[in-house]
Design a protein around this ligand. Structure first.
Ligand code: XUL
Ligand code: CO
Length: 437
């Protein structure tokens, strides 16, 4: 069989001292951290759209700059099959256990829905064989309801119900493909579900439409017996000025308002959180606090660029804080750490795909180990616990149990006078975290 990454073998763990750039320094799949192996904790996933389909394009360079051997065939379906084989070769050599895709990544759209669906069937059959041969599993599938011209004004939130029907039909098929491939989750990212100008937008109507689309998805999931988790991926803007799935808090309240809360979890992406003016760990914490953190899209933005640069994650603070939230909620399963990240335009080589993923996997493996030690040592948790100790006794307990009134509070202040000043110890805590790195 054709090899797309000749000269690159299985990537192995060689430890922190290795000089081999194509080896893991920290990620050691079978090594245990606490009760689980690193592979079980991290559940790494490779994305089809950036890793296999990305051409290094940007707003000023729409022409692809990468030459990929799987793009050589002239027939689009032959190209699609080569790309699928290359994806499994890459993911297998990397040792990542999962992959993720959009419908239009794996099979190019044809002139009619029927023809596009036939193309999908052909490619999904190949993916199923490759999954069986390699043991690589599908973390999630999704539908691209944002690239085609018909979705210019949105998909589920489009002013035209004809376009809504297209989105629903596409999602129906993508969910079927995800089920066929044993996908663990199905993701909704509202690509153009937002507005660019309020003057032409009926905001409430569009949100009601979106809720209908999601209800239809829930109904269809139950109808076909798809057992995966439905995930929503918040993003505040880009390409629209304002996306309805702004951030974790917005999505959670939308789900509640539309009787969808029990049916969805969240897929939190680092660069989307920072675009919303949050840290990654903020949105993870908001989702986890409600038992709704399902999966993560691991990447990072650039603090000097204001858009979704989708860089590979290398920041140890960010991976550590993320893993603290994930460990405390008992893991991500059936979600995972999905590298929704792309090479820089100038990183032309096939080898760069390996460097990028190895760097991301090592950053998360280190984050996992550091987070585990922080939690095991317990100093940070003990500090937080003692900071809120007043709520577990006396007047605090009374307030939280709903037994106290404004009059009781007034009487309490008359009796006890001024509250003590207690330091939040932020600088000590930040320095403490450094001591685990
Ligand atoms: C876009 C983005 C998407 C979703 C899947 O910013 O993150 O790739 O993850 O549609
Ligand atoms: Co994403």
């Amino acid at each position: 069989m054709k090899e797309f990454f000749p000269g690159i073998g299985q990537i192995r763990f060689e430890g922190p001292k290795t000089k081999n750039p194509l080896a893991f320094r920290c990620y050691n799949a079978e090594e245990k951290v606490g009760k689980k192996t690193m592979a079980e904790h991290l559940r790494f996933s490779v994305v089809y759209w950036h890793t296999m389909k990305g051409g290094g394009t940007d707003p000023f360079g729409p022409t692809p700059v990468y030459d990929r051997p799987w793009d050589a065939a002239t027939d689009p379906m032959a190209r699609a099959e080569d790309t699928m084989r290359a994806a499994f070769e890459f993911t297998g050599k990397l040792g990542a256990p999962f992959w993720a895709f959009h419908d239009r990544d794996i099979a190019p759209e044809a002139d009619t829905l029927a023809e596009s669906n036939q193309r999908l069937d052909r490619i999904v059959a190949l993916a199923k064989t490759l999954q069986k041969d390699t043991g690589i599993k599908l973390l999630w599938g999704t539908s691209n309801c944002f690239s085609h011209a018909r979705f210019t004004h949105g998909a589920g939130t489009n002013p035209d119900p004809h376009v809504f029907a297209w989105a629903a039909a596409q999602i129906k098929k993508a969910m079927e493909c995800t089920k066929t491939l044993g996908g663990m989750n199905y993701v909704f990212w509202g690509g153009r579900e937002g507005y660019s100008n309020l003057l032409n937008t009926h905001l409430k109507q569009e949100q009601d439409q979106m809720a209908r689309l999601l209800h239809m998805a829930v109904d269809y999931k139950k109808k076909i017996g798809f057992k995966g988790t439905l995930l929503i991926e918040p993003k505040p803007k880009e390409p629209t000025k304002h996306q309805y799935d702004y951030d974790a808090a917005t999505v959670l309240s939308f789900l509640r308002a539309h009787d969808l809360f029990d049916e969805f979890s969240l897929n939190i992406e680092a660069n989307h959180a920072t675009l919303a003016g949050h840290t990654f760990e903020h949105d993870l914490t908001v989702a986890a606090a409600e038992g709704r953190l399902g999966s993560i899209d691991a990447n990072r933005g650039d603090p000097l660029l204001g858009w979704d640069t989708d860089q590979f994650p290398t920041d140890l603070y960010s991976s550590t804080y993320a893993m603290m939230v994930i460990l405390k909620q008992g893991g991500l399963k059936p979600g995972g750490v999905n590298f929704d990240a792309k090479l820089r335009r100038g990183s032309f080589d096939l080898e760069d795909l390996f460097h990028a993923h190895i760097g991301g996997m090592d950053a998360f493996a280190r984050g996992l180990k550091i987070a585990h030690r922080i939690i095991e040592d317990g100093q940070v948790d003990d500090f937080v616990k003692s900071r809120y100790a007043g709520w577990r006794r006396g007047v605090g307990k009374q307030i939280l149990s709903g037994k106290a009134s404004f009059q009781d509070m007034e009487a309490y202040v008359h009796q006890h006078g001024e509250a003590a000043k207690t330091s939040g110890r932020e600088e000590w805590l930040e320095a403490l975290i450094n001591s685990y790195l």
